[in-house]
Design a protein around this ligand. Sequence first.
Ligand SMILES: Nc1ncnc2c1ncn2[C@@H]1O[C@H](COP(=O)(O)OP(=O)(O)OP(=O)(O)O)[C@@H](O)[C@H]1O
Length: 309
Amino acid sequence: MKADNLTRRFGPITAVDGLSLSIEKAQVYGFLGPNGSGKSTAIRMLCGLLKPTAGTVSVLGFELPEQADAVRSRIGYMTQEFSLYEDMTVLENLRFLSTIYALPRQQRRERVEQALETYDLRDLQHQFSGTMSGGQRQRLALAAATLHQPELLILDEPTSGVDPQSRRDFWDRLFDLVGHGTTVLLSTHYLDEAERCHQLAILNEGQLVAEGAPAELMNTLDAQVVEIDTSEALKVRHELSQHDQVQSVAQLGTRLHALLDNDIDDPVAEVTRWLKDCDDDIEVSAVSANLEDVFVAATENRQQLEPET
Ligand SMILES: Nc1ncnc2c1ncn2[C@@H]1O[C@H](COP(=O)(O)OP(=O)(O)OP(=O)(O)O)[C@@H](O)[C@H]1O
């Protein structure tokens, strides 16, 4: 998949602004970004559901939006909201979808059976989907999105509102699909999920502000990170904000992470000196950048992210 200069405006708002990216086959490519950064809009353009204002997209060898119909049968799409019929059972939903996907009759039965097995839905097959738990609905939604064995699976915040165990199971299933050659594009708010992606794109205000493998992004961060353990977080933040060499300060639980310019020779000594009047029991240490540091540096404001599991 390849997008070039993809842009979408809604009146005065530029939701996606000149996005260019290329996604390799059989890998998980993630969009990470704060609310309103354009993740859903980008995803909807990449799967042909929304026309770009400018730019081009080519998916699986087809050009969008011209060849959107041909692409649609080759991709699976799962949205944030549960989009199956709540007053139909699991089995009815899957059977119905197998007809929508226009699978040949014999294959329909096989695929539905396979889906019930693969996604642990056998015991739930006669349950109305509206009465299922969050994790069960998510399994059904993934079963539904993959019933036609798509080459590309697009998932918009697929694990919102799902417990950590179900999220882990979900990721195991995604990697199974990737192992069989499926390409996965997903958006997420969760840093631990973002870290599992092969490639990650960080979006901010519609623009691509960082891209790469998570480890690469962490290793190449253009800042030094110090961790500050203090009971005087407010005072410390205020003091740090007075120094130009401090790029940002983010709170991670009881600790603060400060990103500092690389030209400071001994960041621990320098920060300790700056903070000497803030807290007698302060501990300052140099640490490697984590993905939240990368995110903060890329978006340049301290966005509230979902806590990691
Ligand atoms: N149909 C629309 N009409 C007008 N504005 C829209 C429309 N869809 C999206 N937007 C605006 O475009 C911007 C990007 O929204 P988008 O939903 O793509 O962000 P997001 O990163 O997916 O957010 P979230 O994480 O909250 O789902 C927002 O300012 C949003 O209000």
